[in-house]
Design a protein. Structure first.
Length: 336
């Protein structure tokens, strides 16, 4: 017995820890931050209005350009984080606000607010979008609990079917009560109307980011499944409700201020997880930065592709996101 213990002690001393780089400020991350900063500077000076040739050019930057760039960065971080948390909770790579019907529920909440309040404030619209987003996401999770077949393709199909039904209800209400213009403007996600005084609620996303980072380990455990999370001492249902609430806050704020931004929460988390695994705490900064860069680049393209006119950024995101979505589906189909 003594020889066995001595042998095991020597073996343990010779074991080296596996290489695991969870540092945030690596060279690659610093390079990504620099690239996003460059894109943000380009966004500040992109537009039809020549700020250097006008007397009020500096004032124009503070009224529209800086708010728009800040809204781009905050929105990119919010939708990417929402997609990452939702993929962890559902244990599915193909899930995000667009493929679960969450964004359609947010639209229904906006329609309901316009129906009850003829001229609602931004705070009222945001509250309705958040409340309906939370309710719709919980309904989606209840659907998943009732279904035994839980393949990677069935889950987003159920979400898109549910979202189509909710979207049809919103369209019907809009036609009956003559609110079609409000619905159409919401479905066209664009940053053209962002200016000072109309985007400040997006700064709440910073608080959501901090909360997700604080509960990152528990959300990661919840992504392992209910049985494993419970055996490790985590209240699974409570963490799911918390994650759903954070997702609803992010989606509701973005939906009420900007509109529908499809597939952003699908593209970014999949790219990050492909190279870095599923650790939420170490992936969160990468997801935020990559989400900021993606939506800023898409917005720059939308402002320059047919200048002096502007294409809605949701069109660019939808085109790129659909291609990525189909690519992921094909890769999963090829796997045995």
């Amino acid at each position: 017995m003594l020889k066995v213990k001595t042998h095991m002690r020597k073996r343990a001393e010779n074991i080296q820890p596996l290489p695991c780089d969870n540092r945030i400020w690596t060279k690659k991350f610093i390079a990504a931050v620099i690239i996003v900063t460059i894109l943000a500077i380009i966004s500040l000076f992109t537009g039809v209005y020549e700020i250097f040739e006008q007397d009020d050019g500096l004032r124009f930057i503070f009224i529209t350009r800086i708010p728009r760039t800040a809204a781009l960065l905050l929105t990119g971080a919010a939708m990417s984080m929402a997609g990452l948390v939702m993929q962890l909770v559902t244990q599915n790579r193909l899930v995000e606000a667009t493929t679960t019907g969450t964004i359609e529920w947010a639209g229904l909440g906006l329609v309901f607010v316009y129906l009850v309040f003829p001229a609602p404030t931004l705070l009222l619209r945001m509250g309705g979008a958040i409340l309906f987003s939370f309710t719709g996401t919980m309904i989606f999770f209840l659907f998943l609990r009732k279904i035994r077949l839980r393949s990677s393709l069935i889950v987003p199909i159920i979400g898109m079917m549910l979202g189509a039904v909710v979207s049809a209800i919103s369209t019907f209400i809009g036609l009956v009560f003559n609110m079609s213009q409000n619905i159409e403007s919401w479905f066209v996600g664009s940053f053209s109307s962002v200016q000072i005084g109309r985007y400040e609620y997006l700064w709440l996303i910073v608080i959501i980011t901090v909360l997700i980072f604080l509960y990152a380990d528990r959300l990661t455990l919840a992504g392992l499944g209910e049985d494993i999370a419970t055996s490790l001492g985590v209240n699974y249902n409570r963490i799911v409700i918390l994650g759903t609430g954070l997702i609803s806050l992010a989606v509701g704020i973005v939906a009420s201020v900007i509109g529908n931004l499809p597939f952003l929460g699908l593209i970014v988390p999949n790219i990050v997880s492909m190279y870095r695994g599923d650790d939420l705490r170490s992936n969160l900064p990468w997801v935020c930065v990559l989400g900021m860069g993606t939506i800023t680049l898409c917005d720059i393209i939308s402002r320059t592709i047919i200048a002096p006119f502007e294409v809605p950024v949701s069109l660019i995101l939808g085109t790129v996101g659909s291609v990525v979505f189909i690519t992921i589906l094909l890769k999963r189909r090829r796997k045995p």
